[in-house]
Design a protein around this ligand. Structure first.
Ligand code: ADP
Ligand code: MP5
Length: 265
């Protein structure tokens, strides 16, 4: 007898310490009852202290990984994380367009430790070609500033950036994460005619390694389960808040969060 199981795919880089990237994504999928698949874009050498090295997978071999996946079993939703080069972005775009599955882009640029994870030259392609293929995009404040081309210091600036994402860049929706602003941790979902704001008390902690990866992975898992975007956003926010509150305190720097902490439906 076959079992029907939601399937989510992550296309991202690896962090060997398991706090960020595909390993965090798979933990997030698993904890939401979703079968996880992963195609790797880059292998990094990193830990809670920083990124010590990165090795980009040749675009042809990313293509080979995605072909192996899609010609055998098509996932119900997909996310991307670190995509260092334009060549890899072109490959990913081809599959999203062909298979038309819900696609969440976490436009990863700089790690929590401050290290660069994308070629500067790939940012234009990301903005003009890849972002419009997504159901939603989840930039943090520095990523939103870079992609929308303005400085974000407050809620009014967040709204201005969202207008650029939807009006000029042509995304269907955008979730701007306020983890890097001051005060409470406030996240904003902007859809064409609707805005949803979710706020949680800021946890006073250094341990936020992999928060962006995990947040977008939980949203992708919920979409794979057939949930609407706003509900997926709510679960993502509740999950990430618990995961930060109950961080295990591993490593000597920005430690990972707790993928076992959230117990909601
Ligand atoms: N110190 C914190 N306390 C509570 N929530 C946080 C904290 N830092 C980040 N978050 C939340 O974690 C998620 C990831 O946010 P952010 O840190 O902005 O992204 P990134 O990890 O991509 O830099 C968001 O939901 C944000 O509100
Ligand atoms: C391979 C990889 N992908 C993404 C991030 C960003 O992590 P964060 O979720 O902390 O922004 C990272 N540090 N490493």
């Amino acid at each position: 007898m076959s079992i029907t199981l939601p399937i989510a795919l992550t296309v991202a880089g690896t962090d060997p310490t398991g706090g960020a990237g595909v390993i965090a994504d798979i933990k997030s999928f698993q904890s939401r009852g979703v079968y996880g698949m992963a195609a790797v874009t880059s292998l990094t050498a990193q830990n809670t202290l920083g990124v010590q090295g990165a090795y980009n997978v040749p675009a042809d071999f990313l293509d080979a990984q995605l072909k192996s996946i899609f010609t055998d079993e098509v996932p119900h939703a997909m996310k991307s994380g670190m995509i260092a080069t334009e060549e890899m972005m072109r490959v990913i775009k081809k599959y999203v367009e062909e298979y038309q599955l819900p696609f969440v882009i976490d436009p990863v640029m700089i790690s929590t430790s401050g290290d660069n994870l994308i070629d500067e030259g790939a940012i234009d392609y990301l903005r003009s070609e890849l972002l419009p293929t997504a159901l939603t995009v989840t930039p943090n404040i520095p990523e939103a500033e870079k992609l929308a081309g303005l400085t974000i210091e407050n809620e009014e600036d967040v709204r201005k950036a969202a207008k650029i994402f939807i009006g000029d860049i042509g995304v269907q929706s955008v979730i701007i994460k306020g983890g890097h602003l001051k005060g409470d941790a406030v996240d904003y979902l902007f859809e064409k005619d609707k805005e949803t704001t979710l706020s949680s008390a800021r946890v006073d902690t250094e341990h936020t390694h992999g928060t962006g990866c995990t947040f977008s992975a939980v949203i992708t898992a919920e979409l794979a389960r057939g949930k609407p975007l706003e509900a997926a956003f709510r679960t993502g926010k509740n999950y990430i808040t618990k995961a930060i509150q109950e961080a295990p305190g591993l490593g000597g720097g920005n430690g990972p969060i707790n993928h076992f902490a959230y117990e909601g439906e």
